[in-house]
Design a protein around this ligand. Structure first.
Ligand code: PBG
Length: 351
């Protein structure tokens, strides 16, 4: 058969027509030996690609396992340094700090977010003092601090945009002044990236980067995280659909990303990750920006839960999931598995 005229080959972009076919061509030859598989591997995960999200909670001497996220902990500000040291020792470039705020400190306006001595600020200072070379990333969003669990201020039952953005700017400046290297707006308000950029610059924090949660979806996969920071019970039956994106959309994701780039984002994020690999690929191809994927809590907990039942090999499934982000075009990945993955790679994990 003249396979050159066969239209299926024309469907592979950039691919030249094959010079032969079976039995001359046998794809399995290149898969026969480990050395050969290594040689032709197209995508490689490295420890340099990883960001470890860690949780800080009120109290002293505390390291408390998160029920819905086995193997992840809430650390009190005096102990969170242990997590940062663990990450740094493994060669992980950055950690992202998330707080569990005491219920009594939450109010409708999330005012604890602007307390210059809140536990996020304490954690930033402690980590930067003990491990100055690790990157510290913090959210700009109010949900850990609000009694209703929404990311912004609620007026007449609606999360208001512009007033929220003003608070986010103040929150961002406080975190930057404490030593945070990267502000990560996770709130999905319109115009917040540009406003935060201006606020940081005006406060002499021009070196602080913005990693925007540019395409963030209203996802069911955040539930273990909301458990971890106690925002799930605050949110109750509420949802975030008036600001987070509809999981059915991808063209809209490109508009979101374009706007954030225009407003000055240094890096853009797609979140969640595993159900949104197509979005990562489109974002990377369209903009060529430093593109970050968030392998969210629900994705972590699914693998943990299945492996605890003996239904999955956690290590292999996790490493396969992480390389899929590289295949999709992500430069970096926020993942609760960061330390586990780094340890496996250090020890020569072969799959
Ligand atoms: C807060 C925020 C959330 C996550 C990161 N920042 C939850 C949410 O938007 O409800 C989710 C992270 C995860 O599930 O791992 N805005």
């Amino acid at each position: 058969m003249d396979e050159g005229s066969h239209s299926v080959w024309k469907m592979i972009p950039g691919n030249t027509q094959p010079s032969g076919s079976f039995p001359k061509v046998r794809m399995r030859r290149n898969r026969r030996d480990a050395w050969n598989r290594r040689l032709i591997r197209e995508n490689v995960l490295t420890t340099d690609d990883l960001i470890w999200p860690i949780f800080v909670a009120e109290g002293h001497g505390k390291k408390e396992e998160i029920a819905a996220m086995p193997g992840q902990f809430r650390w009190s500000p005096d102990r969170i340094v242990e997590a940062a040291i663990e990450a740094a020792d493994l060669g992980i470039p950055a950690v992202a700090i998330f707080p569990e705020i005491e219920k009594t400190k939450k109010d409708p306006d999330g005012s604890e977010a602007l307390n210059p001595e809140n536990i996020v600020i304490q954690a930033i200072k402690a980590v930067k003092a003990a491990v100055p070379d690790i990157g510290v990333i913090c959210d700009a969003a109010l949900d850990p601090f609000t009694s209703h669990g929404q990311d912004g201020l609620v007026r007449d039952g609606y999360v208001v945009n512009d007033e929220t953005v003003e608070v986010l700017c103040r929150q961002s400046v406080l975190q930057a002044m404490a030593g945070c290297d990267v502000i990560s707006p996770s709130d999905m308000m319109d115009g917040r990236v540009g406003a935060i950029r201006d606020a940081l610059d005006a406060a002499g924090q021009g070196h602080v980067r913005i990693l925007s949660y540019a395409a963030k979806y209203a996802s069911a996969f955040y539930m273990p995280f909301r458990d971890a920071i106690g925002s799930g019970t605050s949110l109750g039956q509420g949802d975030k659909k008036t600001y987070q994106m509809d999981p059915a959309n991808t063209d809209e994701a490109l508009r979101e990303v374009a706007l954030d780039i225009q407003e000055g984002a240094d890096m853009v994020m797609v979140k969640p990750g595993l159900s949104y690999l197509d979005v990562i690929r489109r974002v990377k191809d369209t903009f060529g920006m430093p593109t970050v994927a968030y392998n969210v809590s629900g994705e972590y907990s699914m693998l943990k839960a299945a492996s605890m039942q003996g239904w999955l090999n956690y290590e292999r499934a996790m490493m396969e999931a992480l390389v899929s982000f590289k295949r999709a075009g992500a430069d970096a990945i926020l993942t609760y598995s960061a330390c586990e993955a780094a340890r496996l790679m250090r020890d020569g994990f072969e799959g």
